[in-house]
Design a protein around this ligand. Structure first.
Ligand code: FA5
Length: 344
């Protein structure tokens, strides 16, 4: 047999091997054995030297055509086997795309925090700045400089947590008034949101709760300004129809003083557990800054006047979202918290 026949026979042989090869390893073996450097086609080509130029050209072209053809066949078969392997793999590990995926719970603001932010933004929009003070406070700022000396009966109104070193957990945000007026000269317009602590616990009282203090000091500030600002604030939170009541009251650091009640939104004023049957719920204390407080921070009460207020965030959140027990806000019960998703 001549070289031409040898090549054709080799082509047929390799074609069959490729056709019957059932895995990629086998195909690699074929490539090495027949098409590689030491493969059978190469050894046939080595014999070309012994041929006449015409034969050399013809056999050389034939050998290259067969080589290209076989290489392409091996490549195609490799692709086919890879595809089959993938299909089998997918069949084995079938993925059901219609199954529901894992549920990832999204978080949301706690009603106390969203109420705190909403109230703060209302005052910020009226030109108030935000001030801060520490929760562990000196008696001096929490009581003395607010015109509540050690033996004053008003200290009993706010049952206090004492620390071993004589400091206290602040009972209200009013010490931030003192800290602010010691640092800045009038005009001053601040709000001070934060946590406060008292030995108190019932459906409307919690041992830890949040207040927002407000303080505005300037020349010619009157009680009318205080009423106007509080009315704008309460209407923005509860709507234009909110019922507001100013009741004369007493705080050692304001004179005159008042407490503000709003019509109970839980029962619509009929009387319920939240408003203790009165139809009203007290939400804040306020008044004109007492001249004694101005003197303690070295502001001349003859030149300046001011108003201050302190409101309870939880009470407002309770009225806004009709929550009947303040303690529900702090249980951390997800069934309760989840009801407020999307409120902010
Ligand atoms: C004060 O704390 C005064 N510092 C407020 C003030 C500031 C008056 C500036 C004048 C000028 P009072 O103790 O009334 O006041 O508390 C203010 C508000 O906090 C109350 O109206 C009520 O809404 C809320 N509050 C009081 N105690 C609790 C409590 N234990 N749990 C939840 N809210 C409370």
């Amino acid at each position: 047999m001549g070289l031409k026949e040898d090549l054709k026979a080799l082509e047929e042989e390799v074609k069959k091997l490729i056709e019957t090869a059932s895995d990629i390893e086998k195909l690699n073996e074929i490539r090495i054995n027949y098409l590689g450097k030491k493969g059978k086609i190469k050894s046939i080509l080595k014999m070309l030297g012994k041929l006449s130029p015409e034969e050399r050209k013809e056999i050389g072209q034939l050998a290259n055509r067969i080589k290209d053809y076989l290489e392409e066949s091996i490549r195609e078969k490799t692709e086919l086997l890879k595809k089959k392997a993938l299909e089998e793999e997918l069949k084995k590990n079938k993925i059901d795309l219609s199954l529901p995926s894992h549920w990832i719970e999204s978080g949301s603001s706690h009603p106390v925090i969203s109420t705190l932010i909403e109230i703060s933004q209302t005052f910020i929009s009226m030109g108030f700045s935000v001030a801060e003070g520490p929760e562990v406070e000196k008696e001096k700022y929490n009581f003395d400089m607010l015109n509540i000396p050690p033996d004053h009966p008003a200290r009993d109104m706010q049952d206090t947590f004492f620390l071993n070193n004589g400091d206290i957990l602040r009972t209200h945000t009013s010490p931030v008034q003192i800290r602010t007026m010691l640092r800045y000269k009038p005009p001053v317009a601040i709000i001070a949101p934060g946590r406060v602590y008292r030995k108190d616990a019932d459906p409307t009282h919690s041992p830890m709760f949040h207040q927002i203090e407000g303080l505005l000091v300037d020349r010619d500030v009157t009680f009318r300004d205080l009423k106007g600002i509080l009315k704008i604030f309460l209407e923005s939170i509860f709507g234009q129809d909110v019922k507001i009541r100013f009741r004369p009251s007493y705080f050692p650091f304001t004179e005159p003083s008042a407490e503000v009640d709003i019509g109970c939104t839980v029962c619509g004023g009929k009387g319920c557990r939240v408003c203790k049957g009165t139809g009203w719920l007290e939400i804040l204390g306020c008044g004109m800054v007492d001249p004694e407080v101005f003197k303690a921070v070295d502001i001349d009460p003859e030149e300046y006047t001011g108003f201050a207020f302190g409101l309870g965030i939880e009470r407002i959140a309770m009225l806004k979202y009709r929550i009947t027990d303040i303690r529900l806000l702090f249980t951390g019960d997800m069934r309760f918290n989840q009801q407020f998703k999307g409120i902010r």
